[in-house]
Design a protein around this ligand. Structure first.
Ligand code: AOF
Ligand code: ZN
Length: 356
């Protein structure tokens, strides 16, 4: 299953809003074929692995990160292919919560195939957290925060300089990470001070370039900002209070090709983004937006890159405005990944823990 999860990850940036799925075919304990879902609308992981196995799939075990689908969608039902291939046993990490596709296990069992769930279920759930979030019927996008900080959790020095806290490996990681999200968000102050482009500039080209979203309640932006100047090439949304769009800046932004989304709160903003097709949002700062999202319990995942330097008390804090609750009542988040990125350290934390 660990191998199947690795394979599933290769679809990152290419398959959303569909799930990342990997599969292997095992015979006599050996991997005889592998497959993964490589492209939205393309062959499912099970079909890819089974066609690679050919006649050797007869009597074999199919290990897959998600329950095989039972529906005719853009692809034929995987259960039919599993049955036709003569597979004897299916080991799946998690059930498919998508009501349209669900029911695969029952169909397989009715055909006399052994079906087992629960192997590396937590890892499989973490891998497809945005897909599972939407399948639960959530009305807002899956929200992840990405922050590069010093050891003392500062995102910029006392003059707001942040280039570069993290090293090149961590910056490559961010470009890879962006490719898997529908939208990349920043606060207005960050858009003004850092003038980021928030585009994907790594080896992985996303199937659809993520939309850029600036949360700027008071519309305190510069028309010369990179995000605004390039709004006709890469879709850009500015979220602000409805009143703000009446101002001259609102009209100028619209004329520059920026999509304006009125919202009076972060909740409203996220719901409006979901209605416009944003299923997952990666927020890259700054500290005020990060703090406000956390305070409102609107963050599902944190990608924290910690670099080996200190910026001191006058450095810009990664999260501002968080309440100081008594230790006994604070919630603990759940690590889903820890690894080195050059000299930096990546820690990925989820707010809620998926069940085993
Ligand atoms: C995938 N890839 O490898 C598997 C999926 O419209 P379709 O035919 O591509 O079906 C999409 C649904 O099929 C998806 O939401 C999930 O429930 C199920 N399984 N989907 O895109 C795969 N195994
Ligand atoms: Zn399928």
């Amino acid at each position: 299953m660990a191998r199947a999860l690795d394979l599933a990850g290769r679809g990152w940036g290419r398959v959303q809003p569909n799930p990342l799925v990997g599969a292997i075919v095992l015979a006599d304990g050996e991997i005889i074929a592998e497959g993964y879902h490589a492209e939205f609308g393309g062959p499912h992981a099970e079909a890819a692995a089974l066609s690679a196995a050919g006649h050797r799939a007869r009597g074999a075990t199919l290990v897959v990160t998600l329950e095989p689908c039972a529906h005719q969608g853009k692809q034929p039902p995987c259960v039919d292919q599993v049955i036709a291939a003569g597979v004897r046993r299916v080991v799946a990490a998690i059930r498919d919560p998508n009501p349209v596709a669900a029911g695969g296990a029952e169909r397989l069992r009715a055909a006399g195939i052994d079906v087992e769930f629960g192997v590396l279920a937590r890892e499989a759930s973490a891998l497809n957290a945005p897909f599972l979030h939407r399948a639960r019927g959530e009305v807002r996008p899956f929200v992840a925060l990405k922050l590069a900080t010093s050891v003392d959790a500062r995102i910029a020095d006392r003059d707001r300089r942040s280039r570069w806290i993290s090293g090149p490996e961590a910056r490559d990681y961010v470009h890879w990470l962006r490719a898997g999200f529908d939208a990349i968000g920043v606060g207005g102050a960050t858009a003004r001070h850092d003038d980021p482009s928030l585009t994907v500039r790594g080896p992985l080209t996303p199937r659809i370039a993520p939309r850029r979203v600036v949360f700027a309640p008071a519309l305190n932006l510069r028309l010369e900002a990179e995000l605004i100047r390039s709004a006709r090439e890469v879709p850009t949304t500015v979220v602000a209070g409805a009143d703000a769009f009446q101002w001259e800046m609102g009209r100028a932004l619209a004329a520059a090709g920026v999509e304006l989304v009125p919202a009076e709160s972060l909740e409203e903003a996220l719901t409006a983004l979901a209605e416009r097709g944003v299923g997952s949002l990666l927020v890259e700062g700054g500290g005020r937006l990060a703090g406000a999202l956390l305070r409102a319990e609107l963050v599902d995942r944190l990608h924290w890159v910690q670099s080996p330097l200190w910026l001191g008390e006058r450095g810009v804090p990664a999260f501002s405005g968080l309440p100081s609750l008594p230790l006994a009542s604070v919630e603990r988040w759940h690590p889903v990944e820890r690894r080195a990125l050059g000299d930096d350290t990546l820690l990925v934390l989820d707010r809620t823990c998926s069940p085993d």
